[in-house]
Design a protein around this ligand. Structure first.
Ligand code: SF4
Length: 300
């Protein structure tokens, strides 16, 4: 069985009277020829890898491979020690975990691509922060990641999650939608709230370009992860309050596909426009971009 659209998912849930994670689990067990227990073990292992990446990233001061990042997470952690976030502990965790994971990715550390390496901080930061702050048990943690996976899969039937194909809307946008849907589930949202979180999330990221400076997944990618994680939580809070997307979820995905197709190839991972062709980016590309350059500029 395959679920191609969110409308189909909604109808199946109604007909079978099951939870989303149960449907997704049945499909994946069938596809992977795995018994349920083994599939859930695999998901647990994936969650453990996400937690490990956060732990490693939080304690790492090493500059990233492209030398344009790597020390921002530690700055944020230190600042929160002096002055806690005006929002909440949850907010602090989401921002720091997202930065920790995406910096770790840019150091070529081990991360879970969800759906891609560039967007790897969004789903883990939202889910793991909620797990910790709401003291969510292991089984529900596994259910949440299964739901995030199904959301990513349905979106990717229409729009491939790749900056080169549809811009960053398709990478960070999909990750944000995956995080939003799973977070809505964790916070007790029903299928309508989950679908609205996804739609609101993607609607407000349509057209986001992919213009990585010097071709590295660092600028704007690393800092974009915490932004998109909070973007996901904004969608969840609105949807849980009963606020609906006027445009249904599947239509929003169609709009993302069309927007991606209309986007200039120079803004789709080719580094030929946007941030990648700013004055500073050009100087950086021409000069030997050293650790010293990074330190000088990061202290401004
Ligand atoms: S800007 Fe491009 S490379 Fe960076 S995260 Fe977005 S899609 Fe990936």
């Amino acid at each position: 069985m395959q679920i191609n659209t969110f409308e189909e998912l909604k109808n199946i849930l109604k007909k079978e009277n099951k939870e989303i994670y149960e449907i997704a689990q049945e499909i994946e067990c069938q596809n992977l020829c795995l018994p349920k227990e083994d599939f859930r073990k695999l998901i647990k292992k994936t969650l453990d890898a996400m937690k490990e990446a956060i732990k490693n990233g939080l304690n790492n001061l090493q500059i990233t491979n492209g030398k344009m990042g790597g020390q921002d997470c530690i700055k944020l952690v230190k600042n929160y020690q002096k002055a806690p976030s005006v929002f909440s502990k949850l907010f602090e965790k989401i921002l720091t975990y997202a930065l920790a994971t995406s910096e770790e990715n840019a150091r070529m550390g081990k991360i879970v691509a969800c759906p891609t390496a560039g967007a790897c901080g969004i789903v883990p930061s939202v889910l793991i922060s909620l797990f910790e702050e709401l003291e969510i048990d292991d089984e529900k943690q596994i259910n949440a990641l299964i739901i995030a996976g199904l959301i990513g899969k349905i979106i990717s039937f229409k729009v491939k999650p790749s900056g080169a194909i549809a811009g960053c809307q398709a990478e960070c946008g999909t990750a944000s939608a995956m995080a939003a849907g799973a977070a809505a589930y964790l916070l007790g949202g029903n299928i309508n709230a989950i679908l609205n979180s996804i739609a609101l999330c993607i609607k407000n990221i349509l057209g986001l370009t992919c213009d990585p400076v010097r071709g590295f997944v660092e600028v704007p990618c690393i800092k974009r992860n915490p932004f998109m994680a909070i973007h996901a939580m904004t969608a969840v809070e609105l949807a849980l309050a009963g606020i609906e997307s006027v445009i249904p979820t599947d239509d929003v995905i169609d709009a993302m596909e069309q927007t991606g197709a209309l986007m200039s190839p120079s803004l789709k991972e080719s580094s030929l426009a946007g941030l990648a062709k700013t004055k500073t980016a050009i100087i950086m590309s021409k000069s030997c971009f050293t650790k010293r350059y990074y330190s000088e500029h990061s202290n401004k």
